[in-house]
Design a protein around this ligand. Structure first.
Ligand code: DIG
Ligand code: MN
Ligand code: MN
Length: 389
């Protein structure tokens, strides 16, 4: 039984440069922390036991950097990666900070902006592949609207599709070993963001030319903002073979995008998520797209990062305890009892099944009186999480 909860590389914990590098600025206040360099961030992540670091292009290479400055920055970053053993599993493009993207990037009404967004993304893909990334995330933070008078959502969807079709062809032409992970969010910073949830994205991916190269990067906070059960969304992505990456953090329902430390707001939901990921054998990055409270100094930022990883490991152990808990397993066996009477329906539709089923008689009242000890079962989970069993 694990007891020290010490993060190790095999746990595949990763953080974006922008997470532990968050300087505490918010819409209502100035920064509370100095900016760390990418090299300092890599060493901080190595110190707390992370496996990898992820980046937007401009987290590493400032948008105004000259080619010579870019090369020096990348060289210094690679040196820090070599010194620490930290890897770069995922990369993405910042298509939301620069004012040029104020009306979106791929879905902008301005064809020049759409062209610039494609160019910027190809350059960022090249950088990500150069650093070893195998997953490329697309979060369309500015792809949306305040007024639907300004843009027909059909144009938004078509432009997003055209951009992703162009970029998947680029990856194929370059011979890159890279897959795309789309990250939905319902709103903020746009009033409505196109393709707002995992469900919307799964349907959209099937309309792409190379759907097999494109999956999901679901984020806890973003489905919670939509008032949805995140683990159910992840399960549907997994069922579709599309869980290519995941953004772990936490979030209370009905709030702005809080990006809290993993498990710090809705612990029971975090438990069922970790249980799901471990039960199905998800072997991708456990990426924490989160940041410390604005009140934190860098010692507290390290506590934040360690807390994300420790909570995941503690919940992983609780999930193991769930599967070994005799009382819980006994209740699950009772709940899922099946004497095989209707096994003939397990092979799908056939004429014999129709004949047999039409001849069946059901005691509907008895069905309604079946005991389902879900209160007992859920209380056992609560007591497991509270350390009372
Ligand atoms: C926000 O949830 C987004 C951006 O930080 C980034 O593009 C993506 C990567 O995980 N998440
Ligand atoms: Mn978020
Ligand atoms: Mn995210």
């Amino acid at each position: 039984m694990m007891s020290n909860y010490e993060p190790k590389p095999e746990h595949k914990f990763t953080f974006g440069l922008w997470t532990v590098g968050n300087i505490g600025r918010d819409p209502f206040g100035n920064p509370t922390r100095r900016a760390l360099s990418p090299v300092e961030i890599v060493h901080l992540l190595a110190e707390v036991g992370a496996w990898g670091v992820n980046l937007h292009d401009n987290d590493l290479v400032p948008i105004e950097a000259t080619p010579a400055e870019r090369d020096r920055i990348v060289r210094d970053f690679k040196k820090a990666l070599d010194e620490t053993g930290i890897v770069v599993p995922m990369a993405t493009t910042n298509l939301f900070t620069d004012p040029a993207f104020k009306d979106g990037a791929f879905t902008s009404n301005d064809p020049v902006v759409r062209a610039y967004a494609l160019q910027k993304t190809m350059q960022a893909i090249d950088l990500g592949v150069e650093l070893g990334a195998k997953v490329y995330v697309f979060w369309g933070g500015r792809e949306g609207a305040e007024s639907d008078a300004a843009k027909n959502p059909l144009d938004g969807l078509k432009r997003m599709r055209d951009a992703l079709n162009f970029l998947t062809e680029y990856v194929i032409d370059q011979g890159y070993d890279l897959k795309f992970a789309l990250e939905p969010k319902p709103n903020e910073p746009r009033s409505d963001i196109y393709l707002p949830t995992v469900g919307h994205m799964l349907a959209f991916i099937e309309t792409l030319d190379h759907a097999e190269m494109v999956g999901l990067n679901p984020e806890v906070a973003h489905e919670h903002m939509a008032g949805l059960n995140f683990m159910h969304a992840v399960a549907q992505a997994w069922d579709a073979g599309k869980l290519f990456h995941i953004d772990l953090n936490d979030q209370l329902f009905g709030r702005y995008d809080q990006d809290f430390r993993f498990g710090s707001a809705m612990l029971k939901q975090a438990f069922f998520l970790v249980k799901f990921l471990e039960d199905v054998g998800y072997d991708g990055s456990r990426h924490f797209d989160a940041h410390a409270y604005r009140s934190a100094d860098y010692e507290d930022v390290k506590a934040f990062a360690l807390g994300c990883m420790r909570t995941y490991l503690i919940l992983k152990e609780k999930a193991q305890r769930f599967s070994e808990d005799a009382e819980i397993q006994e209740l699950l066996a009772e709940i899922n009892a099946d004497d095989g009477t209707y096994a003939y329906l397990a092979n799908g539709y056939n004429a014999e099944a129709v004949t047999r089923l039409k001849a069946e008689t059901f005691d509907r009242e008895a069905l309604g009186q079946r005991t389902l000890p879900y209160e007992r079962l859920d209380q056992l989970v609560i007591e497991l999480l509270l350390g009372a069993r």
